[in-house]
Design a protein around this ligand. Structure first.
Ligand code: HEC
Length: 127
């Protein structure tokens, strides 16, 4: 009885200490997300926003296919910033006369994640 109990206690303590270590590891370092993680978050943000009303990943609807956008722009930091600005401010004249609406409620950070997702769609590696 006592033996079984102490084994169980040890197991619980062991499991808890493992979990604790995982949670605190790297606590003081700034979180650096990989490009793959940013792409995944960006896709989520695009899925949750109104983008899909006008954009499809591979087909032109009202706006250009996001893959076409990826093919037009190199996957660079400068273009991530440029497209994030376009996503927030909206605009017209790059792809045709149809305007894109502004998204003033988006943060620069979230808009950049969306831009990273869009720019990943042609399979180009981030530069
Ligand atoms: C009302 C329709 C509409 C919605 C909603 C919309 N777009 Fe657009 N989007 C457009 C059109 C139209 C263009 C082309 C604008 C142009 O020719 O300058 C465009 C262009 C773009 C471009 C390329 C910009 C460039 O300079 O080449 C990106 C990136 C983009 N949209 C992302 C998004 C994202 C992300 C969302 C959701 C937050 C979104 N769009 C929502 C219609 C829309």
């Amino acid at each position: 009885m006592i033996n079984k109990l102490s084994v169980a206690t040890l197991l619980v303590v062991f499991l808890m200490s493992c979990g604790g270590k995982q949670e605190t590891s790297g606590q003081d370092e700034p979180v650096q997300l990989s490009t793959n993680q940013l792409v995944a978050i960006g896709k989520m943000l695009v899925d949750e926003s109104d983008c899909k009303t006008c954009h499809h990943a591979t087909n032109k609807i009202i706006g250009p296919a996001h893959k076409e956008v990826a093919e037009k722009y190199e996957f660079t930091d400068a273009n991530i910033k440029l497209l994030a600005k376009r996503i927030i401010e909206g605009g017209t004249g790059v792809w045709g006369e149809v305007p894109m609406n502004a998204h003033p409620d988006l943060s620069q950070e979230d808009a950049e994640k969306m831009a990273i997702y869009v720019l990943s769609l042609d399979g180009e590696e981030r530069k």
